[in-house]
Design a protein around this ligand. Structure first.
Ligand SMILES: Cc1ncc(C[n+]2csc(CCOP(=O)(O)OP(=O)(O)O)c2C)c(N)n1
Length: 331
């Protein structure tokens, strides 16, 4: 495992607008997830939802290095990845509520949101399902000579899957423009990564496949952004794949409805006090950006989500005659 980059560009190295944009994207994810936590209690959301709050700096720090034409694959905890890659709030909300105006016409739901128009290959109910998709996108970029990249987001649990190992190996063998982002939130459902990850070192294990791999604090937007920048530049230059292990904490249960008995309320509160990527960002930009500007961003994000929920609730269901449309592929 190569040493983490110690010369990380900080807030002073980015234009004001870019800093505001990064916070806006993280704030939008937080508002989206906090609101879904409440909406889910009404029973009006079909299927399971898994919330991304606490991990915002990973999705945004990575995707802020990507172009619309680059591809990402995601996980069952996919809302943050979707929003960071450019999916719109309203059609995402419609999808989660199962409505016809959803990104997948209401047939995907939370765990299968996809939007190819922004390079979002899909949230994925199959743990470890994303890495093979991302290297497929990377192989197509390499074959077509587009200088695009394919990025997979995978949890610490997903890092143990055979599909992930195969994808890591194939990306190295074929020297693909692929980036493996491992979101280590310390838990796979209720099982600790310290138990389930044999090496206790996801980046080190990835490096053993023969690619550069770094470990970063995934609650630090600037650390993630810098690590991903190096990986993306390397991929676009034809130098092959990289891996990033980013550590963070999820603020909600594994899924909405999880009693979360594997951690105490005190532990969770301490995480929220000390490992909140939005609070950390606010501290990092203090003196450069006025807190009131960030407050206004939070208020606008909450208003957008309000509007999207109202819209989605009132929106039409898919017509029954379309039940099989877009479900079966035909060639
Ligand atoms: C192939 C497969 N095995 C098991 C599951 C059940 N499952 C859903 S989420 C999950 C935990 C995944 O943990 P991790 O990859 O760390 O992601 P996190 O939930 O922490 O974001 C499991 C085991 C599944 N969906 N797919």
């Amino acid at each position: 495992m190569s040493a983490p980059n110690t010369e990380i560009p900080g807030p002073a190295d980015y234009p004001h607008d870019e800093l505001l944009g990064a916070y806006e994207r993280m704030s939008r994810i937080r508002a989206f997830e906090d609101r879904l936590h409440i909406e889910n209690l009404t029973g009006d959301i079909p299927g399971f939802i898994h919330l991304y709050a606490g991990e915002e700096a990973i999705a945004v720090g990575v995707c802020d290095n990507l172009r619309k034409s680059d591809y990402i694959s995601s996980t069952h905890r996919g809302h943050g990845h979707c929003l960071a890659k450019g999916c719109e709030v309203r059609p995402m909300m419609c999808e989660i509520f199962g409505k016809d105006e959803g990104l997948c016409r209401g047939k995907g739901g939370s765990m299968h949101i996809a939007d190819l128009s922004v390079g979002m290959l899909g949230a994925n109910g199959i743990v470890g399902g994303g890495p093979p998709l991302a290297i497929g996108a990377a192989l197509s970029a390499k074959t077509l000579g587009t200088d695009g990249v394919g990025v997979s987001f995978t949890g610490d649990g997903g890092s143990n899957q055979g599909t992930t190992f195969e994808a890591l190996n194939m990306a190295v063998v074929l020297k693909l423009p692929a980036i493996f982002v491992f979101e280590n939130n310390g838990m796979g459902e209720a099982t600790g990564a310290a138990f389930a990850v044999g090496s206790h070192d996801i980046a080190g294990r990835a490096a053993s496949f023969g690619l550069p791999a770094v470990k970063v604090d995934g609650t630090d937007y600037f650390a993630v952004r810098a690590a991903a920048k190096q990986a993306v530049e390397r991929a676009r230059a034809g130098e092959g794949p990289s891996a990033i292990e980013a550590t963070a904490v999820r603020f909600y249960g594994h899924f909405e409805g999880d009693a979360g008995l594997y951690r105490t309320a005190e532990q969770l509160q301490e995480f929220k006090d000390t490992r909140d990527p939005l609070k950390i960002f606010r501290q990092q930009v203090a003196g450069i950006i006025d807190g009131s500007e960030l407050d206004a961003i939070d208020a606008a994000a909450a208003a957008d989500v309000d509007e999207a929920v109202a819209y989605a609730r009132a929106a039409a269901w898919p017509d029954a005659s379309e039940v099989a449309t877009d479900v079966y592929a035909s060639y």
